[in-house]
Design a protein around this ligand. Sequence first.
Ligand code: NAD
Ligand code: UDP
Length: 369
Amino acid sequence: MIHFPQECTNGSGSLCHQQTILVTGGAGFIGSHTTLQLLGEGYKVVVIDSLDNSVEESVKRVADLAGENGHNLYFFRVDLRDKDALEVVFSMTKFDAVIHFAGLKAVAESVAKPLFYYRNNMIGTINLLEVMAEHGCKKLVFSSSATVYGQPSSVPCTEDLPLSTTNPYGRTKLFVEEIARDLHIADPEWKIILLRYFNPVGAHPSGLIGEDPRGVPNNLMPFLQQVAVGRRKELTVFGTDYPTKDGTGVRDYIHVMDLATGHIAAVRKLFTPKEIGCTAYNLGTGKGTTVLEIVAAFERASGKKIPLRYADRRPGDCSEIYASTEKAERELQWKAVYTIDDMCRDQWNWASKNPWGYRHPDLANGNRT
Ligand code: NAD
Ligand code: UDP
């Protein structure tokens, strides 16, 4: 179903034109924060989302937070697998660029349902790229992931490390990166930026938008948050025998507000006259933090004691991964500024104001049907 807000059209069915960004997956965690920053920068933003892992309420809150600029935000409930619906959206307006967040991201689910993941993330992306090409929109920012470094041979990870990955979710990121590179070789008019996110956490400082995963969270921070608000009994720490300072895994956590700023920097780069081809950038802080350090920081921020259970390593996990941030600093003029304490403060602010996320408690734990 497509939702056409009244104020979105100019009477002839077309959107009124100014510099306009299509944000796929814009109702989700990173997409909602980026949409808010795009609006703040004066862009017109069209969000499309299937609401498979999100709710429309996040888009409404973004519009509220954007104040006057909120009238530059339009939302259509569209699934990228539905190419006809995508065609309708593209026939209504001319997009200057696309930020493509839409995708499913649960690693364990991707192992259990590989075809579902390949259809959603691959076919969805191919549909998008085809429709973009047909409509002459050849500027793209794609949400890739540090998962493409697999078990990295060295840290910090530089963008030129060999790529490999261990699960279907990761392969969808790797394959889309390859498709993007092939597309640019075939048609050099394309300008494509692949952003490899490290571990996005935190929330908008207002506490009105944040991460709201469906079902049992896979990632550390949302799980920790649910323990702190009493939705789960304890946090399981996966692995205490890694060769790290306290034996637990090391990751590069990055505040979602910094990630959003990274997207603004990428979009600006797309609009420079330079030949940028198809190129990848890490979005991380360049700093590694252990699981136990995150738990301690979250306890300080929340004033809650987090019960822990120590368990074996989680299959497929690497010991330590963090980003080299030099390329993004040099070429995007972007650098993360938020600290781990900032991330935990804003995560807790969101959690304490929205213990059940955007949803009613009865719906908050729902799995996909
Ligand atoms: P999210 O689940 O909160 O947001 C993704 C959004 O895409 C959701 O709103 C979902 O409903 C939508 N979506 C999924 N399939 C769709 C389809 N076929 N058509 C339209 N909409 C669809 O996830 P997020 O954390 O905001 O991640 C955004 C992107 O960044 C994803 O591509 C994810 O793989 C990637 N990424 C996330 C992380 C992370 O840890 N959060 C790390 C690296 C990369
Ligand atoms: N982790 C953990 N318990 C959890 C979830 C994650 O101990 O419930 C650990 C995990 O083993 C890793 C780190 O926290 O060392 C970050 O995991 P996450 O899934 O958030 O990110 P990823 O491993 O995909 O980088």
